[in-house]
Design a binder for this molecule. Structure first.
Ligand code: IPE
Ligand code: MG
Length: 249
């Protein structure tokens, strides 16, 4: 990956304390475009290039799970041209990225509500998922039409129908409930990174983020770099995670 600085940062990361799951809220594409007098979609396009570099870096660091918050259940409120641009970009990314992702051992899964997406897009999602299903170096989740509350409500409604059908006893534990979320079978994120300096979760991974470390980075997403990503991992490695307990004496 080029730069000496990147090499150095990569070497500073402790291999035995790499986060199992890193989730990213990429923010600032619109501001990046505006600063250049470009349409917002140009910012999203530049953001895809950043994404490709970060996915590669995540693989190099040896992070097993990486999730990107690409489109929220609330993003439909944006102007129609921007929404359709984002839908097109996802399809383009999925279709054109299959080869490269396979070469890099990247397994793609799209998490979120499929209702509301076009048949074409759903087909592209299913194809990308099927064709990378055997890859096992990096699990890459694209959260698209994803909302943390929607995810919890979908799970609750699944429980309701299972109870109505007489298929489950009424008491569930946290593990049972987790297995009904879009992230079933995946570890909770250890680290959530948000770019552009915003300090919000914005309905992302509400259940799963219970003990995630949060790192905010001032760079706008198109300017976010592999070096910056390494710095976020190093910041994570300096945190003292106690999970509500106390530090061992
Ligand atoms: C994030 O950038 C892109 C999405 C995930 C939709 P924004 O589009 O939110 O950019 P700003 O916040 O307007 O700069
Ligand atoms: Mg934003």
């Amino acid at each position: 990956m080029g730069s000496k600085e990147h090499e150095n940062l990569l070497n500073m990361i402790k291999a035995n304390a790499v986060p199992t799951h890193v989730a990213v809220v990429p923010d600032g594409n619109g501001r990046w475009a505006r600063k250049r007098g470009l349409p917002r979609i140009a910012g999203h396009r530049a953001g895809i290039e950043t994404l490709k570099r970060i996915v590669r870096t995540a693989g190099d660091i040896g992070i097993p799970y990486f999730t990107l918050f690409a489109f929220s259940t609330e993003n439909w409120k944006r102007p129609e041209a921007e929404v359709s641009g984002l839908l097109d970009l996802l399809r383009e990314y999925l279709d054109s990225g299959i080869e490269q992702n396979r070469e890099n051992g990247v397994r793609i899964r799209v998490i979120g509500r499929r209702q509301g997406l076009s048949r074409d897009l759903i087909r592209a999602i299913e194809r990308a998922e099927a064709e990378t299903a055997a890859c096992d170096r990096l699990n890459f989740q694209v959260a698209f039409n994803y909302g943390g509350r929607a995810e919890i409500m979908d799970a609750v409604n699944t429980v309701c129908s299972l109870i109505r059908a007489g298929k489950i006893a009424v008491a569930l534990d946290e593990k049972d409930f987790s297995s009904l979320l879009y992230t079933a079978g995946m570890p909770d994120p250890d680290l959530i990174i948000r770019s552009s300096g915003e300090l919000r979760l914005s309905n992302f991974m509400l259940w799963q983020s219970a003990y995630a470390e949060f790192v905010s980075c001032p760079l706008l997403w198109p300017d976010f770099s592999p070096e910056e990503f390494c710095s976020c991992i190093l910041e994570y490695q300096r945190r003292d995670r106690r999970f509500g307990g106390i530090k061992a004496p």
